[in-house]
Design a protein around this ligand. Structure first.
Ligand code: MAN
Length: 526
């Protein structure tokens, strides 16, 4: 290459040149230089550090050349003269003169690359420039390793291609799953909505029925409710009466005994062969005495018994009513006590009268209405929860083709030594200490953030989990989850570049695409 610093320095003065003499000398020099450059075709086509694709920008069209950003124009020879003229560094693509310039390594046999121009001729063989073109000043010899690197790269690409294809297949399964799920959710949304509307109507009916029944019972109860005390008194009275009846029975039994004895005496003392007037007289006297003593008391008492029955008879309308929050078991107990007492006293089998004294008919009806209303209310609540779940799922952004639906609520962990990080997809991110097992909330899923627009293929490659526990003297904890193509779902790294800001890298088939692996390899290489 030919670099002539002197004429360039003169040429830099072009805009300020005033005298004709100077102009003449400049023109002479320029025509000489153009002769020189015309012989170096390579330079004209492509200065050092410029890719072929940009060679046209450096085409010689006259004595001067305009910086690519338009910040100035310089003599054509000033390109790559190790002096930085242009603000954008475009005049020094092949030297380290401009700090903001990029040097292009062609890397034939491997992948071309740009390096910062500050690394040109710095005495280090940069692996990114495997052809060694960045070290051309002879201070160091960088052998061309592009063939070797290229072969290794191509081998890796091939392996990765196989994995990528598998990943893409798996992603297809995810897509199928997600789309099926969305259809199912949509369908069940319709069903659940229909069921819920029916349940609401049913609930309103049951509620109205119950209210009506309650009102009815209340009306009855208000007019006829017997206090418990009164029932107890009646029981007491009834017991006394029954006791009286038992006494009557013993009295009558005594009467029967006495009459039997009189007759027995008559029979025993009677002599069939004689006119035995003394025995008959004594029997008549004994009967008169018996008759005077008893004076038919037993019969009178039995008549009284009818009155007792009437008095103690409990009308249907006197049955205790259910109005208090838990009245039924209480009254039921009372009723059972009453029934048991009466049955015991009368010596009857409980079952014979169970239907009459058992739980009152109206209470059973009321309880049935309460149960029915509660059941419908339960069904309604379940349907409402179901509807909520469905709507929440339907509103989630599971990716362009619903490929992330499969991962919803799946949790993945990564042990970094001090902490175990976990992410439950579309849920929460957590940091758990491996020392004391204390857990810190790092945030909840907030949004996709791989790019500004959903149309950008990178949009679904990053998630943000936000609003975690606030850092002491700092921001709320948050997580950036970067996704890259992999056969399995796994977190592969966690870093905390800023306090309480966590960057997680995760592999997943959900982001595999036709070029995802090539991109990631290239990214690793560069
Ligand atoms: C805890 C962890 C760390 C974090 C500090 C900030 O120790 O959550 O990740 O950097 O708190 O105080």
């Amino acid at each position: 290459m030919i670099y002539t610093r002197k004429p360039i320095d003169i040429l830099r003065q072009i805009p300020n040149v005033k005298s004709n003499k100077s102009i003449l000398s400049v023109l002479i020099i320029l025509s000489l230089s153009s002769l020189v450059y015309a012989t170096t075709e390579e330079f004209i086509k492509k200065p050092r550090g410029v890719p072929k694709s940009k060679a046209s920008l450096y085409e010689r069209k006259g004595p001067n050349w305009t910086c690519l950003d338009g910040s100035g124009f310089i003599p054509y020879e000033a390109i790559n003269d190790e002096y930085c003229d242009c603000a954008d560094g475009s005049d020094e693509p092949g030297t380290s003169a401009c700090p903001n310039s990029k040097f292009y390594c062609e890397n034939v046999g491997h992948i071309p690359a740009y390096i910062s121009s500050s690394r040109v001729n710095d005495g280090i063989c940069d692996p990114e420039c495997c052809d060694g073109s960045d070290e051309y000043d002879g201070k160091i010899n960088c052998p061309n390793k592009c063939e070797e690197f290229g072969a290794e790269y191509r081998k890796r690409v091939k392996e990765m291609e196989i994995l990528r294809a598998q990943g893409v297949n798996k992603k297809q399964e995810y897509i199928k799953y997600g789309q099926k799920l969305k259809i199912e959710l949509q369908n069940s949304l319709d069903f659940v909505n229909t069921d819920l509307n029916a349940a609401k109507i049913k609930y309103a009916d049951r509620e109205a029925e119950l209210k009506k029944l309650e009102q009815l019972e209340k009306t009855k109860s208000d007019s006829s409710h017997l206090p418990v005390k009164e029932y107890n008194e009646r029981i007491k009275k009834y017991r006394e009466k029954v006791k009286g009846l038992k006494d009557q029975v013993s009295l009558l039994q005594g009467n029967v005994d006495t009459l039997s004895r009189i007759l027995q005496d008559l029979k025993n003392g009677h002599n069939q062969n004689e006119n035995d007037i003394t025995i008959i007289k004594s029997a008549i006297t004994a009967y008169d005495e018996f008759s005077n003593d008893n004076n038919n008391r037993g019969l009178e008492d039995f008549n009284e018994q009818d009155e007792i029955d009437d008095e103690l008879l409990i009308d249907d309308h006197e049955v205790p009513q259910v109005h208090d929050p838990e009245p039924l078991p209480f009254y039921q107990e009372i009723w059972e006590t009453i029934a048991n007492n009466v049955y015991q006293i009368l010596g009857l089998e409980e079952s014979e009268n169970q239907d009459r004294i058992n739980k009152p008919e109206t209470s059973r009806e009321l309880q049935a209405a309460i149960n029915a209303k509660e059941q419908v209310e339960k069904d309604k609540k379940e349907l409402e929860n179901k509807l909520n779940d469905i709507n929440t799922k339907l509103s989630k952004d599971y990716g362009k083709q619903d490929e992330f639906a499969k991962l919803d609520s799946e949790c993945f962990e990564y042990d970094s030594g001090e902490y175990t990080y976990s992410i439950c997809m579309f849920g929460a991110a957590t940091q758990k200490s491996n020392k004391d097992y204390s857990s810190t909330h790092l945030g909840n899923f907030a949004k996709w953030s791989g790019a500004q627009s959903k149309d950008d293929p990178n949009y679904y490659t990053q998630q943000i989990y936000a609003n975690g526990v606030r850092c002491w003297n700092g921001p709320e904890r948050s997580v950036k989850l970067n996704l890259e193509c992999g056969m399995d779902n796994e977190i592969i790294s966690v870093v905390e570049p800023e306090k309480c800001e966590y960057h997680l890298k995760m592999k997943t088939p959900a982001v595999c695409s036709d070029n995802s692996f090539r991109d990631s390899i290239r990214h690793d290489e560069l």
